[in-house]
Design a protein around this ligand. Structure first.
Ligand code: NAD
Length: 361
């Protein structure tokens, strides 16, 4: 298969970590008989330096021609970088929001995996984390409270603010389908999280999710109230496979779930649209404090590339190979500085990429 991949290296550590992910992708392609065609695309600070704006029509058109886009990270140090002298709509992060919108990326996937080898970084008790856990938060990204009508008015002399939380059945159905599709590739379990005891939008959410579930008889569906879910994530994270939820609940729960796994350098993510297309990127930022030092952890980007193979190209075997190479390298005791602990072997960004590539087969 020929994989037509857009690459946004981005700013800060972006180029370093994406280079390692491409190294692992190339090695995987070679082993399994595929070819990778990369199209380099500019976004964020790197685009401002060349074009004066963080996102161009050329980048949007280039991304649309690809089957998937692998991205590093965008942005710089707000105190020292000249990019932040520009008005907010011209700064690096504006490009990121605009490209997500232009590509209609409505589903955000954030896996939270606790590797047994890294459980020391997990703030939960050992009896809870024994054996590790592996769950996926699927958050609706383009609707709900963050996109609803809002206003601040004075009513009877009192300042009053309104935010509206709106979902229509089509928006709920399309993300529910993606969640069930993804559960079919994993543990075949969906926990749909809402606040149906209070909110109308949640009652509609629950109704539509139940309708979608009928087409997936192999997947078990449970509903959970968001307040309970926040507790269950720290009490018993092993119970979850795919957690499906709306925008604001997902914003909060995905950060909670990722915190219990330890380092930001390990957290992959994907944003998907209605087709197989996706934008795959590490959850962390451009880490300007360590950029250019060769010490950034490339694992989140490498795991994002594995998600790309699984969800945009349906190459599950290849994705499994990358994920198990990461696990093997960790088991052998190799660590970048952010996940380093006593008795382990510290390696840099490129060495970690080499190790993972060499453990693929
Ligand atoms: P950050 O995630 O870049 O850094 C927070 C801390 O985590 C830093 O100490 C950094 O060194 C460390 N870190 C992050 N990724 C790491 C990795 N792979 N390996 C080792 N350590 C890592 O967050 P920040 O400092 O708040 O933001 C820096 C810039 O990144 C800002 O311009 C911000 O807007 C941008 N940002 C971009 C994205 C994105 O591209 N999606 C996301 C978040 C922040």
């Amino acid at each position: 298969m020929n994989l037509n991949i857009g690459v946004i290296k981005g700013d800060g550590i972006g180029p370093e970590i994406v280079t390692e992910a491409m190294k692992v992708l190339d090695r995987t392609a070679k082993i399994y008989g595929h070819t990778c065609d990369y199209t380099q695309l500019l976004l964020g600070g790197a685009s401002i330096d060349v074009h004066g704006v963080p996102l161009t029509d050329e980048t949007i058109a280039g991304a649309k021609k690809c089957d998937a886009v692998l991205m590093g990270s965008i942005g710089g140090d707000a105190k020292t970088s000249p990019w932040y002298q520009l008005e907010p709509s011209k700064r690096p992060e504006a490009g990121l929001l605009a490209i997500r919108k232009a590509l209609n990326l409505f589903a955000n996937l954030r896996p939270a995996i606790l590797y047994d080898e890294l459980k020391g970084a997990c703030p939960l008790k050992e009896e809870i984390t024994e054996g590790g856990f592996d769950l996926m938060i699927m958050r609706e990204l383009t609707g709900g409270l963050y996109f609803g009508e809002r206003k601040t008015v004075t009513e009877d002399g009192v300042l009053t603010a309104y935010d509206s939380l709106t979902y229509n059945e089509n928006e709920i159905r399309r993300i529910a389908k993606r969640a069930f599709d993804i559960a079919m590739k994993r543990g075949k379990k969906v926990t749909s999280v809402d606040k149906a005891n209070v909110l109308d939008s949640s009652r509609l959410w629950r109704k539509v999710v139940e309708e979608v579930a009928i087409d997936y008889p192999e997947v078990s569906l449970t509903h959970m109230l968001v307040d309970n879910c926040a507790m269950q994530l720290v009490k018993n994270p092993k119970q979850f496979d795919v957690v499906l939820t709306e925008n604001m609940f997902g914003d909060i729960l995905s950060d909670e779930a990722s915190m219990v796994t330890g380092s930001i350098g390990m957290l992959a993510s994907a944003s998907l649209n209605e087709t197989k297309f996706g934008l795959y990127e590490p959850s962390g930022g451009s880490a300007p404090d360590i950029a250019g030092k060769g010490i950034a952890n490339p694992i989140a980007t490498i795991l994002s590339a594995a998600m790309m193979l699984r969800f945009s190209f349906d190459l599950d075997k290849e994705a499994d190979a990358i994920e198990s190479a990461v696990a093997k390298v960790l088991k052998e005791g190799y660590r970048t500085i952010d996940i380093m602990s006593e008795g382990k072997t510290q390696v840099g960004t490129a060495e970690m990429g080499d190790l993972i590539a060499s453990h693929l087969a």
